[in-house]
Design a protein around this ligand. Sequence first.
Ligand code: 5AD
Ligand code: SF4
Length: 456
Amino acid sequence: MKRAYIETYGCQMNISDSELMHGILAEQGFSTTDKPEDADVILVNTCAIRDHAEQRVIGRVGQLQQIRRDNPDVVIGVTGCMAQRMGESLLGRAGGVDMVMGPDAYRQLSDKLAEVVARRGPAGRLPMSQSAPAIAARGLAVLGFDPHENYEGVAAKRISAVSAWVPIQRGCNYRCTYCIVPYVRGDEKNRDPQAILDEVRALAADGVPEVTLLGQTVNSYEHGGWNFPRLLREVAHVDGIRRVRFTSPHPNDFTRELVEAMAEEPRVCKQLHLPVQSGHNRTLKRMLRRYTVEEYLEKIEWVRAAMPGISLSTDVIVGFPGETDEEYEATLQLMRTVRYDDAFLYKYSLRDGTPATRLPADQFVPDEIGSARLQRLIETHRAIQAEIYQSEVGRTEEVLVEKEGKRGGLQGRTGGNKVVTFEGPVGLIGHFVDVELTGTSGSTFVGEMAGALAAA
Ligand code: 5AD
Ligand code: SF4
């Protein structure tokens, strides 16, 4: 039996895709290993969202080449968004890649891996040249979109038995001008709601208490009369599921109906990640985000009115082409107004092929200015986050225990998606426990199991 190793970069959707790939490979007769040096096939599942993400992959694939020395038969493949973006040109990079495969082609994994091996010629022709051009010349690129591929029927092999990613949508119909996603994942495709519900029921039957519904614009979900609020409610009603989250919604599709579903369904976590990207209308317009700051803030008000204390997070890009000091200051101001519990803050990264690359060259923000803006935004956010976390010390929260902590003890999350570490027996993994928050680093908590449960 051939052994496969998969390494994952990027967002939750990519982690979820790797779980699908593990499932597909298992069905196709592969076993998996967590050591690349033991593998017959090494797959690196990649992200293309920023240049930095791609540079890391190039570096890592370069490192993995060492494995060819001991095992010249190994197949090194690059899958996912960067594979789709770079296509055949990736075959000759990073010391040589045997196979490049886009995100819609994973059902062909075993066929294409066999083809890669066949292209090496009849056994006995080894050793072949392991130079990058020679590897590229016999390499294979499997690219392109399949408008019907939702991986229906594939049994994902999940990493966690406590919290499961459930993709409900692939691709994206928005065209935010900075973003590469629509060009590497194609148009939006939504899964059949019954298939999603069957999957959630199967997870619940396996004892998985928490699911996170995934989509690039998860709340634009639509399928045969079903919209996202309806799906969310139905998922929350599946027996055995105790927590439901979703990521990432687009502000433009964020409706009152969704706020009501979140507020009324006790199993939907009181937590919302709502990417804002910028705090100035001119920037939002150039980004083609399709909402104004005022509209965004109004939606935040709906949410807070319906669910006081809800935990909020966001994504922000600074240094987008044409961003003036005034526009940037408006983003800082928005962060101070909303006071997010968590935020993912990025410096704009130019992605070839996206509409923003066609903005006039004199509008591009110099790198040093972008870095300085990012630094100040991070500091502003961290100070706010530390205040919020400090104010929550002393509370008792229901924590779903996920795993052992990095420095011993246990680690879990609150309903608000905040990480808590505390002492306790590993047998509690997968269980809900009441934990008193006794301290904070500013972005995570330490805690102690509350009396009654500690004894149980
Ligand atoms: N440069 C920087 N950040 C980006 N994002 C998407 N595209 C880019 C880019 N070209 C950010 C957005 C998005 C998050 C997943 O990544 O904030 O919400
Ligand atoms: Fe990219 Fe915009 Fe689609 Fe999100 S909504 S994936 S930022 S194009």
